[in-house]
Design a protein around this ligand. Structure first.
Ligand code: BES
Ligand code: MN
Ligand code: ZN
Length: 490
């Protein structure tokens, strides 16, 4: 019942020119702008009786950019069905190599692919890009989907390219994409919790808290969101304590609204189906912890996600209701569609009370306004701590996952003052993403470095992105993984 998209099996080998003629499926050669052929490309050229050189001499690559692919179909002299000529410089930087590899992942059919990357220095990044881009979500199709077959990469120094670390990253990203892609009738709060619980097999400690317990803890904000739904609200807690004993963990907190109808403040019908991705923050937290566990990170990290469904019903929260948070502050619910901040407020408070984290990062598909501001290229970064946000921006840039810092301040906080409660849950149309962040900041304890990532624009995109076909991107898993490596393992 929990289908998981497998990553294309990745094999790393030393250069082996004699394997080229017999390789089935697709064979990819890497050529820089100078058009020079490396030994593997020269072998392909010889086998194809000069076809590769003719292609290059024809000027086919002259206007090519890094990551462009030109295909020679059904080449004579080889078993392969196609030779893909990838334009990539041997000294390509990591993100560039990754994006070039992704171009191969895009052309990859269901057969195997042999990538001749001996000349490329960042071959591991190239391989990761190919694996990430070869993703398809097919769990909800009944038509037979061919098994995705393996990717073999021939490299100059096999000891420097780790298939295991590529797989650890890709599996975390795929886990997130699967969760984000799943429709809400399949990925209920219960099913989501189960998939998280299943990660105990990887050595994570997982706790699922049910409504009765959340009630006892006083999570009135979170519970008010799930009230209208038949699906029970839950909080899932994942612990990866691979670091020093007793050292305060980094806390990752995710919004897991499995479907957001808006509640009584119902959303319009057009496009509402997209709200199946409103658990994207929780999806990234779960995927990041999966990657950390798979690579046995030497760091203490906890992931906490609030799993709820926002539905209208006779039990649903009404506009105007006042609810009480676990912190004790009261919130006037002006608009039941501003539900993500209510969920996060209680989970963030619980995370701080329970773990006294050294830093806290929350992720959420929180506002449509962030899409108006930043589109689908960058997530919004909000923080009370320059060091934390700078470290994250550096990590996200290194991974090729866009992020942009946004301002905060007292004047924005003033916009969520309520007449009858401690605050209201919306601040009006202006600066909608910032007032949402200000709401969250009210639930950050003194001295806790905190960062909020509004991923509404990047979690699922209607066009192909650098590393993913259209749909769920898995944005953030790689950046968080690197941040953990830089900040906690460095
Ligand atoms: N889940 C939405 C935000 C969203 C919008 C995510 C589009 C992904 C794509 C969130 O719960 C929401 O409804 N926000 C409202 C807030 C408003 C009522 C203050 C919004 O952005 O319109
Ligand atoms: Mn909403
Ligand atoms: Zn929402």
């Amino acid at each position: 019942m929990s289908p998981q998209t497998p990553i294309a099996a990745l094999t790393v080998t030393a250069a082996d020119l004699d394997a080229i003629a017999e390789a089935e499926g697709r064979v990819a050669v890497c050529v820089g702008k100078d058009g020079k052929l490396d030994p593997a490309a020269r072998r392909v050229n010889r086998l194809t009786k000069g076809a590769l050189a003719r292609m290059i001499e024809s000027g086919a690559l002259e206007k090519a950019k890094s990551g462009d692919v030109k295909t020679l179909a059904w080449p004579a002299g080889m078993k392969a069905e196609a030779v893909d000529v990838l334009c990539v410089e041997r000294g390509a930087k990591p993100v560039e190599a990754r994006k070039a590899g992704a171009a191969l992942g895009k052309v990859k059919g269901m057969g195997p692919m042999l990538i001749l990357a001996g000349a490329v220095r960042r071959a591991e990044d190239l391989a990761l890009g190919a694996v990430l881009r070869a993703y398809t979500f097919s769990a909800r199709k009944t038509a037979e989907v061919d098994e995705m077959q393996g990717i073999t990469v021939q490299v100059a120094k096999p000891e420097e390219v780790s298939a295991a670390s590529v797989s650890a990253v890709a599996e975390g990203v795929f886990f997130t994409r699967d969760l984000v892609s799943e429709p809400a009738n399949h990925l209920t709060t219960t099913e989501f919790a189960k998939r998280i619980k299943d990660m105990e097999a990887l050595g994570l400690k997982v706790k699922i808290m049910e409504e009765a317990e959340l009630e006892k803890l006083g999570m009135g904000c979170l519970l008010s969101v799930g009230h209208g739904s038949i699906s029970p609200s839950k909080v899932a807690v994942m612990e990866w304590m691979g670091g020093a004993k007793g050292e305060a963990p980094l806390a990752l907190v995710g919004k897991g609204v499995v479907f957001d109808t808006g509640g009584i403040s119902l959303k319009p019908a057009g496009g509402m189906e997209d709200m199946t991705m409103d658990m994207g923050g929780a999806g990234v937290v779960a995927g990041a912890l999966r990657t950390l566990a798979l690579r046995k990170a030497k760091a203490n990290v906890v992931g906490l996600v609030g799993l709820v469904e926002n539905m209208p019903s006779d039990r649903a929260t009404r506009p105007g209701d006042v609810v009480t948070s676990m912190k004790g502050d009261t919130v006037e619910v002006i608009n039941t569609d501003a539900e993500g901040r209510l969920v996060l407020a209680d989970v963030m408070w619980y995370a701080q009370e329970t773990y006294k984290p050294r830093a806290m990062i929350d992720l959420a598909t929180l506002t449509g306004a962030i899409i108006v501001g930043l589109g689908h290229e960058n997530a919004g970064v909000f923080s009370n701590d320059d060091d934390l946000s700078r470290a994250f921006l550096k990590a996200s840039e290194a991974e090729g996952e866009g992020a942009w810092r946004m301002p905060m301040g007292q004047a924005y906080d003033d916009m969520i003052k309520s007449n009858i409660a401690d605050m209201k849950n919306v601040g009006g149309r202006d600066a909608g993403s910032i007032t949402a962040a200000q709401f969250l900041l009210r639930f950050v304890q003194d001295g806790v470095p905190w960062m909020h990532l509004d991923i509404a624009g990047v979690a699922s995109v209607k066009a192909d992105t650098a590393y993913a076909p259209k749909g769920a991107s898995g944005w953030g898993v790689m950046a968080l993984n690197r941040l953990v490596a830089d900040m906690l393992e460095g």
